[in-house]
Design a protein around this ligand. Structure first.
Ligand code: HEC
Length: 178
């Protein structure tokens, strides 16, 4: 009996604290070789923030711009709320949708129209030199995507994202407080 208990304790000790698998939810990054597989179930993931018309281009846009909605895989989200840090295996999905108006009874305001972009980021310090890598699924046309060079995506994220290369400042569900 004592031996069994010791064995159980040893087994538990082998599971890293907060391991992704230990939350019982499987959704998260899956790779095919070097390529990230497009998640098919991200619509069920927590939405950490939404925005309208965010742009980092010098050319001012006409109209409201696009809606951005950022999803986070559930197990990493649960863990972030407990630890306030992003575990390896964190995955974000950034979905962009056109802003539509004046349909049906609407006189004002904007609602989300067709999806126009689908991008993703993944944290994995073993796999990626910068800790994070960034992917574009060509609005869902690609079943897998390979990582961009750090200079194309990560450079801006690491310089301006508030926490660990993530734009936490724009996500109420992550920034806490307000
Ligand atoms: C010049 C700065 C800049 C560059 C370059 C950039 N991003 Fe971002 N990214 C942002 C900002 C600002 C946000 C905040 C939310 C938004 O735009 O909806 C963001 C958010 C994201 C998110 C949501 C998770 C997070 O980290 O906040 C993903 C995924 C993402 N970007 C993917 C990419 C990909 C893929 C590339 C390269 C093709 C890229 N980004 C290049 C500024 C940048």
């Amino acid at each position: 009996m004592r031996g069994m208990l010791a064995a159980v304790v040893v087994c538990l000790a082998m599971i890293p604290a907060g391991d992704i698998a230990d939350s019982g939810k499987q959704s998260g990054p899956a790779f095919s070789g070097q390529a990230l597989v497009r998640p098919t179930d991200y619509a069920t993931w927590p939405v950490v923030g939404t925005s309208l018309g965010l742009t980092y281009s010098d050319h001012p846009q006409s109209g409201p711009g696009a809606f951005h909605r950022v999803y986070m895989n559930p197990s990493a989200y649960d863990q972030f709320l407990r630890t306030r840090s992003f575990p390896d295996g964190t995955m974000f999905v950034l979905e962009e949708r056109e802003a539509r108006q004046k349909t049906s009874i609407l006189r004002g305001g904007f609602f989300e129209g067709r999806r126009i972009a689908l991008a993703s980021s993944v944290k994995d310090r073993q796999r990626f030199r910068a800790g994070w890598a960034y992917f574009d699924f060509d609005n869902g046309a690609r079943a897998t995507a390979t990582a961009f060079d750090d200079s194309e995506c990560h450079s801006c994220h690491v310089a301006h994202g508030q926490q660990d290369s993530v734009f936490v400042q724009f996500y109420p569900a992550l920034r806490g407080g307000d």
